[in-house]
Design a protein. Structure first.
Length: 569
């Protein structure tokens, strides 16, 4: 089902990035033009952290009447694939943004980037180094010790050009040579100690095929691609702050006609998950999840499959804001945003995940009634539906206790409870199998309480959801929980010298065979519902006609909202 997407931008709070852009516009910089870019590497699927960058890059461009380029920094053919390109485009569109035909690739500029590299060689700002990667690393130095010059740093311009051209022609194996910038091996910033600009890769590229045998490094291709495209504000996360001097050096020494500026903001860190594409790929390849779109994954495709909406994710990104300092966001805030969205929009339905049969002994055996049920009390326009009711119904097994604990107000022998939108019933008898297992309950109903209220005004302490046995449909329901058992799995793994997978939650998926009300049997893929008293659920693509599969998007309990309310007082 195509995603119904309200792409109306949320009112963005003021932040330091927007203040910078507003000041540049007021000062008439770049002729008043604003061009940002969202530059993913097509080596994995986008995750919730990328959503923050997307909302910022596209949001700033929209707010200031500019453009945002979608540019794929496809400089590593070994890890990139057209599958990732297509998934990224689908995710950006689903999130509610459109690049308006401004789709670019670093590979579009390979020839220009190569010419820039030759220009650096001719100006003695770059040289071909024939050391191994380990040798280069050994001479790089440390934060407290300067690096040492490569023995090949003094090669002549002619020799460097000849070697570089032969590298392009495929005359050498991988790792035989690299092109390095000639900057300063004693620079305090390690990124400026003659960084590698090009390396040899005998691997086909998903767009250029076998044309190239050398590929630019990200730190070289990225700033020059920004310059070629006329980007005015290159917005990056904080890990690129130490790379900014190299960004500026590449632009200045390549003598480009345009000089973009890089600004850094804090990335999104979310607890109980990981935000590294490399580590997410590990989970996929090792089979700990079913794929990039597994609903337990923090990927946008995983969140979409789980039932999250674009509006909820944009709301989340607006709430967390844009800051200069790293922090960790409680996943409860993300869950709070989707609850608020679905509470307003999701129709209600009844499903029983752990069925226990009730026989109403005084109800006519051949009678089926249709009960009028409100579809969404938060949305009067949603109307009502008819739900069949009969002598035999299913309730949740957890809603009955033979010897009720203190403060257990649901069904128990001799106790009266309400069936949602139906009748008040009283439990009279517990029926067990020969082995003592609970089989069913025998109850009576009060015919005068149709709709769930007693005309004499008597009150009950609990209301249960239900489905009629004869009319119920079967469904698979997947209950998802946090993927990891600890708040910061990466830090915990590093601290304990353990593999990340040691902290995977073994209970992150619980599959149930459920009974559902009949109108859900043919629910459309992607449709979202609130199952009464159980949470919000979305119809999974694995569904077949008459055999639906539901994913729990989020439970009903909102602990984050309670914490926020206490904080506000």
């Amino acid at each position: 089902m195509p995603e119904k997407n309200d792409a109306t931008p949320l009112t963005a709070p003021q932040d330091f990035i927007r203040e910078i852009v507003a000041a540049d516009v007021a000062a008439g910089k770049n002729g008043g033009r604003i061009i940002t870019r969202f530059p993913p590497e097509p080596n994995g699927y986008l995750h919730i952290g990328h959503a923050k960058a997307i909302c910022l890059d596209f949001g700033v461009a929209q707010e200031f009447g500019g453009f945002c380029n979608l540019r794929f920094d496809d400089t590593n053919p070994v890890k990139e694939d057209v599958e990732y390109v297509e998934s990224i485009k689908a995710d950006v569109r689903w999130l509610g943004f459109d690049w308006g035909g401004r789709e670019y690739y670093a590979s579009n500029y390979y020839e220009q980037l190569y010419e820039f590299a030759e220009s650096l060689i001719r100006h003695e700002a770059a040289y071909v180094d024939s050391q191994s990667a380990d040798q280069i690393r050994d001479l790089r130095g440390t934060l407290s010790e300067p690096g040492r010059d490569s023995p090949f740093r003094t090669r002549s311009v002619e020799e460097n050009l000849a070697l570089f051209r032969r590298m392009r022609a495929g005359a050498f194996p991988d790792g035989a040579h690299v092109l390095r910038a000639r900057i300063d091996m004693a620079a305090p910033n390690l990124n400026m100690r003659d960084p590698v600009l090009y390396r040899i890769r005998h691997a086909p590229h998903h767009r250029t095929g076998e044309t190239w045998r050398i590929y630019p490094m990200y730190d070289f291709a990225h700033p020059l691609s920004d310059a070629i495209e006329g980007v005015t504000h290159s917005l990056c996360t904080l890990e690129y702050e130490d790379h900014r001097p190299l960004y500026d050096w590449c632009v200045e020494h390549a003598h480009t006609s345009h000089h973009p500026r890089q600004y850094e903001f804090a990335r999104l860190n979310l607890n109980y998950t990981v935000m590294s594409k490399r580590k997410l790929l590990q989970l996929v390849e090792q089979g700990h999840v079913t794929g990039w779109d597994d609903p337990r994954m923090p990927t946008l495709s995983g969140l979409r499959r789980r039932g999250y909406t674009p509006a909820a994710i944009r709301d989340f990104c607006t709430r967390i804001g844009v800051a200069k300092k790293e922090n960790v966001i409680d996943i409860g805030l993300l869950e709070h945003c989707i609850r608020g969205e679905l509470n307003r929009r999701a129709p209600r339905a009844m499903a029983v995940l752990n069925p226990l049969k009730i026989v109403l002994t005084n109800y006519p055996a051949d009678l089926i009634e249709d009960m009028d049920v409100v579809n969404n009390p938060e949305d009067p326009a949603a109307g009502t539906r008819r739900v069949p009711f009969g002598q035999e119904i299913f309730i949740e097994r957890d809603d009955f206790m033979e010897i009720p604990a203190k403060k257990f107000f649901r069904l128990a022998p001799g106790r009266e409870v309400r069936l949602r939108n139906a009748y008040l019933i009283t439990c009279n008898e517990v029926v067990r199998d020969g082995d003592g297992a609970l089989r069913e309950l025998r109850c009576t109903y009060d015919p005068a309480t149709r709709g769930g209220d007693a005309p004499d005004g008597r009150k009950v302490k609990s209301t249960l959801h239900w489905v009629a046995v004869d009319k119920a449909a079967d469904a698979e329901v997947r209950l998802y929980d946090r993927l990891f058992t600890v708040e910061d799995p990466e830090a915990r793994a590093a601290r304990e010298n353990a593999d990340l997978t040691a902290f995977l939650n073994p209970a992150s998926l619980d599959v149930r065979r459920a009974k559902i009300e009949p109108m859900l049997a043919h629910a459309e893929v992607g449709r979202r519902y609130q199952f009464e008293r159980l949470g919000y659920f979305s119809v999974d693509p694995d569904s077949l006609p008459g055999a639906p599969v539901f994913n729990r998007t989020v439970s009903l309990k909102d602990t984050w909202a309670k914490v926020a309310a206490r904080t506000d007082k």
